[in-house]
Ligand binder design. Sequence first.
Ligand SMILES: Nc1ncnc2c1ncn2[C@@H]1O[C@H](COP(=O)(O)OP(=O)(O)O)[C@@H](O)[C@H]1O
Ligand SMILES: [Mg+2]
Length: 230
Amino acid sequence: MFSVVLDLVSKKYINGSTDLIILDKASYNFEFGKFYSIVGRSGLGKTTLVSLIGTVEKADEGSILVSNHNLSDVSMHKLTEIRRKDIGFVFQNFSLIDRYSIIDNLEIPLYFSGIRKESHRLSIIKKCIESVGISENQLEKKVSQLSGGEKQRIAICRALLNSPSIIIADEPTGNLDEDNEQNIVKAFMDIKASRNCTIIMVTHNKSIANKADVMITLEDGKIVEVGGTI
Ligand SMILES: Nc1ncnc2c1ncn2[C@@H]1O[C@H](COP(=O)(O)OP(=O)(O)O)[C@@H](O)[C@H]1O
Ligand SMILES: [Mg+2]
C-alpha cells in the first residue's frame, strides 16, 4: 500500500531568463508506514518536494496521489481537507505561539478543526503529548519557558492531533543540539511504531537520516534512494 505516489512529476521555477529545474518527470512511491529521510545539499529542492506532497505547492506536470487522492483532480475545498486531515506538518522553527501555554497551543488547532467539546480536546491532547514524551503536568507551562527540544516535541504533538496518516517534517532538528536531535528522531521512531503512519523528514543530519527506513535524495530532477549509510 502506498501513502504517496509521484508519477512523472515535473516542477521548475522560472528564475529570470533561466529555468531552475527541481523535478524532471520524477516518479516515486512512498510506502505506507515507512520512515523516509530526504537528504542533500541546500538548494537541491527538498523543501519543494515536501511542499508538493504536502499540497502547498503545485506540480507543473505529472500526478501526485496522497492517500489515494489525485492532487490535480480535487477541488480547493478537498485539498484543504487533505492538508488538514491527512497530513501533519513539523517545521524547523517550531511555529508555536511562545507566550501561550502548551495546552493553548494544542487546543487552538483542535478547536478550529471542529472539536468543540473541551473534554474531547483534552483527551486527544493527553494521548498525543504522551507519545512525544512530555508529561501531562507540564501542560500549563508557557512555550517560552521550554527548551528547543521540548518546543519541537510540542510541535510534533500538534502535528499528531488530527491523527494524520502522513507526517512531513522539514529539517525538524535544524535548530537543536545533538542530544535533542536524538530525542526528536526517537520521538518519530516511536510514533511510526505506535501510530501506523508514514513519516517523511528532510534533514541535514547524517546520523538522523540513517535512522530512517529509506533515505532518498534528488539527482538530475529524479528522486533516488541512497544506498547504505551516508
Ligand atoms: N517560490 C520560488 N520561486 C523561485 N525559486 C524558488 C522558489 N522556491 C524555491 N526556489 C529555489 O528552488 C531551489 C530549491 O529550493 P528548496 O526546495 O527550498 O531547496 P532545499 O530545501 O533543498 O534547500 C532553490 O534554489 C530555491 O532558491
Ligand atoms: Mg529546505
